[in-house]
Design a protein around this ligand. Structure first.
Ligand SMILES: CCCCCCCCC/C=C\C=C\C(=O)SCCNC(=O)CCNC(=O)[C@H](O)C(C)(C)COP(=O)(O)OP(=O)(O)OC[C@H]1O[C@@H](n2cnc3c(N)ncnc32)[C@H](O)[C@@H]1OP(=O)(O)O
Ligand SMILES: NC(=O)C1=CN([C@@H]2O[C@H](COP(=O)(O)OP(=O)(O)OC[C@H]3O[C@@H](n4cnc5c(N)ncnc54)[C@H](OP(=O)(O)O)[C@@H]3O)[C@@H](O)[C@H]2O)C=CC1
Length: 336
């Protein structure tokens, strides 16, 4: 390579490295390196971490949680297990699942089973359900939580990138739901189905377009089945979480941490959600206390969605003195 081209390629690599470094350092300086980052108004809204439902609420009940080895799925599994459920967690990485299952079982005293399953593959899903039937019988609670996502400008997406995300999120949820739904119907057993989507399933969002499209499809699937399969004893509900720190989500959606402060600043409750909070909500929706709830779409986001939606919401930054001036200006227009 000629010297000038070599020098410019080294400079480009250095520039990329410098960009990431500056983003990471500014983030560290503003918020510290770890922990639940929050603004001062978060003091009004402290998260409660303990299980909300009475103990034993899930005694003699079986729950399947896809993606239950990590993040939010793990928290939901821990709560259901603590409340008496026998849980089955399913995803691709058996070692991760087994570690989580052992940790939760040893804390709650209730068995957690680990079953390997790639939800993109309908045959694997069918085999996974065979395994579940043999281990525990058909579940009473199904939580479709597994997902894949990354931020990427849409013009950079390959067909396989699109297919990978939509296969995990939409097809995966459909395969699990249809396989279990059919077998439950055959056995005349009702169940609670819950899908974890996200707030942008409703609004759409740039830079996560395969995820937004697939999550919107999941919502249509669950609302449709809520109408069709009530007659078989099935309930279908949806939780749309806002941002909750997990390694899986944050490492793929904000890898440098540079966008986090702006995100928290626009959340009216001034903080991220916690895994325990969504686990309590998922437990309630999946429990018999919610037996009249079906077809519901529950937004659980600290107010982020409405905050992003209202075009005047940025006026929060106007000070009382500035309001005096603005009001005077507006009042002067009387009669004009
Ligand atoms: C503004 C601040 C935001 C802060 C956080 C906000 C939080 C709010 C969150 C809201 C919603 C969240 C929704 C979520 O779903 S979060 C959960 C995220 N968790 C996961 O994604 C876990 C599982 N993910 C994975 O296993 C991988 O990331 C996977 C890529 C989705 C699948 O892995 P695998 O099957 O091994 O796929 P490949 O690596 O073979 O890739 C397939 C295909 O995709 C292309 N690709 C992969 N990564 C990227 C990328 N970053 N950019 C562009 N393209 C990518 C890859 O090249 C392959 O395509 P091809 O064969 O054409 O090369
Ligand atoms: N954290 C957040 O801020 C938000 C999260 N959500 C949603 O919450 C849910 C959980 O996300 P979160 O806990 O943050 O992220 P994680 O990355 O921790 O969870 C995703 C899980 O999906 C599993 N998974 C991925 N691909 C497959 C596959 N092909 N087959 C089976 N399982 C698969 C993964 O396990 P494995 O790798 O072993 O397969 C993993 O356990 C997702 O539905 C996500 O969209 C929604 C809004 C906000």
């Amino acid at each position: 390579m000629p010297d000038t081209r070599k020098r410019s390629s080294i400079w480009l690599q250095f520039k990329d490295f410098f960009f990431v470094l500056v983003l990471s350092l500014s983030q560290f300086r503003l918020h510290g390196s770890t922990g639940l980052r929050s603004g001062s108004q978060a003091n009004f809204f402290p998260p409660l971490e303990d299980a909300m439902l009475p103990s034993g609420s899930f005694n003699n009940r079986m729950a399947l949680i896809t993606g239950g080895g990590t993040g939010l799925g793990r928290a939901m599994t821990a709560t259901l297990s603590q409340l008496g459920a026998q849980c089955i967690i399913a995803s691709r990485k058996l070692d991760v699942l087994q570690r989580t299952a052992e940790e939760i079982s040893s804390q709650t005293g209730n068995k957690v089973h680990a079953v390997q399953c790639d939800v993109r593959d309908p045959q694997a899903v069918s085999q996974c359900v065979d395994q579940i039937e043999a281990l525990t019988g058909l579940p009473d609670v199904i939580i479709n939580n597994a997902a894949g996502n990354f931020v990427c400008p849409s013009e950079r997406l390959s067909p396989n990138a699109w297919k990978t995300i939509t296969d995990i999120v939409l097809n995966g949820t459909a395969f699990v739901t249809l396989e279990l739904g059919k077998r439950l119907i055959q056995n005349q057993k009702g169940a609670s189905f819950l899908a974890i989507t996200t707030i942008y399933a409703e609004s759409g969002s740039g830079f996560v377009v395969p995820s937004a499209s697939a999550k919107a499809g999941v919502e249509a699937l669950y609302k449709s089945l809520a109408a069709e399969w009530g007659r078989y004893g099935h309930r279908f509900n949806i939780i749309q979480p806002g941002p909750i720190r997990t390694k899986g989500a944050f490492s793929r959606l904000d890898p440098t941490g540079a966008f986090e402060k702006a995100m928290i600043d626009r959340i009216p409750t001034g903080r991220l959600g916690t895994p325990a909070e969504i686990a309590n909500l998922a437990a309630y929706v999946s429990s018999n206390y919610a037996s009249w709830m079906s077809g519901a779409v529950i937004r659980f986001d600290g107010g982020e969605y409405v905050s992003l939606a209202g075009e005047f919401n940025e006026l929060r930054s106007v000070t009382p003195d500035q309001w005096k001036l603005l009001e005077a200006m507006i009042r002067k227009t009387k009669g004009s």
